[in-house]
Design a protein. Structure first.
Length: 416
């Protein structure tokens, strides 16, 4: 699909409610796709025509993440050269094509390739849509707007689990992917008309480069954000890919496992919206730390096999940590870096962090196959949550080269 030569003018006072809703819908599609693979894994394993085992399924989940590494790196450089609006539209087109191919895949090889294409598209979209929303928002509403937009991610994932509970295993797993393709095509048609230009000559900005992210004053922040995204995406992909299967292996029915997953995503959505509002008051850093710690505590508590009613409560409360931690980390990145480093900073953080998204599904699948028991899968995810909390607590303020040379303290435009 070609991008129009002219774009709507930039929103001067922040995104309109309609634009914020459309951006949230972009996140909805990403959330749906992130969760739908995990929802379909039990059905994929039962489809003998594909010839999958748990290790292969974990690898396919990792191929999506490998594509995400490439996509996020492309976004980090593409936003500079072409602008966030155009790159965002390209990313939407890519993951739409990948979702369609996933629904038509005749075998494991084609499914793996299709998921890799989806990963490239989603890798482009997530940093770009977050930076795009931040660019269009005034500083005092940036955390709130990004948080509200990211609730779409949880809503999309939330939709995949009940849809899977209704359709699977009686219907084909392919319908789950068709359900994600149709709204993506609609979005491709309307987005060029309603997404305004940010009005920035990003290609001309000398600060938007990896070299400037790794210079004195930003080096520590950049490396900590890379590590933070690694553990955040390990949690997101490890949990979203394997949670229904882990709960099924723990003795719950497939239907019950999918309902539990639905509750978790509902908690993630509430947590993202509330987290963005709280961050606007007390700062984003403590919110991110609490999110990671809640995820760690949640998975350990779930591994103990609590009563069903308590399990649902833990799933809801843990949703903020399981999924919301990475979404809040994205907000942390775009509010910590100065404007000219915002897109590249988030793009590179997610590019490096996607290694965690590769490691998470594969390592969880390997642990499940190893005979150590389901409980050790939960312990692995809890460790990721603790590491994320520690790194988030260590993130300092960004200092410009002039501040470094002059010994001045960094100035924050927003709460820490």
């Amino acid at each position: 699909m070609s991008t129009p030569q002219t774009a709507p003018p930039r929103a001067r006072s922040g995104p309109t409610p309609l634009l914020l809703l459309l951006l949230a819908f972009v996140c909805t599609l990403e959330g749906y796709d992130t969760a739908c693979f995990g929802v379909t894994v039990p059905s994929l394993l039962a489809d003998h025509s594909l010839g999958l085992d748990t290790g292969t399924a974990g690898n396919i989940g990792s191929y999506t993440s490998m594509g995400g590494i490439l996509g996020a790196a492309l976004a980090a450089n593409g936003v500079r050269r072409y602008g966030s609006r155009r790159v965002l539209l390209w990313g939407i087109a890519l993951f739409t094509a990948g979702m369609l191919a996933s629904s038509l895949a005749p075998g494991a090889g084609v499914l793996a390739a299709a998921r890799a294409v989806v990963g490239i598209g989603l890798g482009v979209v997530m940093p770009t849509v977050t930076a795009y929303a931040a660019e269009l928002s005034p500083p005092d509403r940036r955390s709130r707007n990004v948080g509200l937009m990211m609730t779409g991610y949880a809503l999309g994932a939330l939709a995949s689990a009940p849809l899977g509970a209704v359709l699977l295993p009686e219907q084909s797993w392919r319908w789950i992917y068709v359900a994600g393709t149709v709204p993506a095509v609609v979005l491709m048609c309307v987005a060029p008309r309603f997404f305004p230009s940010t009005g920035r000559a990003e290609a001309a900005e000398s600060g938007s480069s990896l070299r400037h992210l790794l210079q004195r004053g930003t080096l520590a922040v950049t490396l900590l954000f890379w590590g933070l995204s690694f553990f955040g995406l390990l949690l997101v992909l490890g949990v979203s890919t394997w949670l229904p299967t882990l709960m099924h292996e723990s003795g719950y029915s497939l239907g019950s496992s999918l309902v539990q997953t639905t509750v978790m995503w509902a908690g993630a959505g509430v947590g993202m919206a509330a987290g963005g509002r709280v961050a606007a008051v007390i700062g984003i850093k403590p919110v991110v730390v609490i999110a990671f710690l809640s995820g760690a505590v949640g998975v350990v508590a779930i591994s103990a096999g609590p009563p069903l009613w308590l399990l649902f409560v833990l799933m809801f409360l843990g949703g903020l940590g399981f999924i919301g931690s990475q979404s809040l980390t994205n907000t942390f990145v775009v509010t910590r870096y100065p404007e000219h480093l915002r897109g590249p900073g988030l793009g590179w953080a997610l590019a490096v962090g996607r290694i965690g998204a590769v490691v998470g599904p594969s390592l969880t699948g390997w642990t499940l196959d190893s005979g150590l028991g389901v409980r050790w899968c939960f312990y692995l995810l809890a460790l990721a949550g603790v590491c994320g909390a520690v790194l988030a607590a260590c993130v300092p303020a960004v200092r410009t080269p002039q501040q470094v040379r002059g010994g001045a303290k960094a100035v924050r435009a927003e709460p820490a």
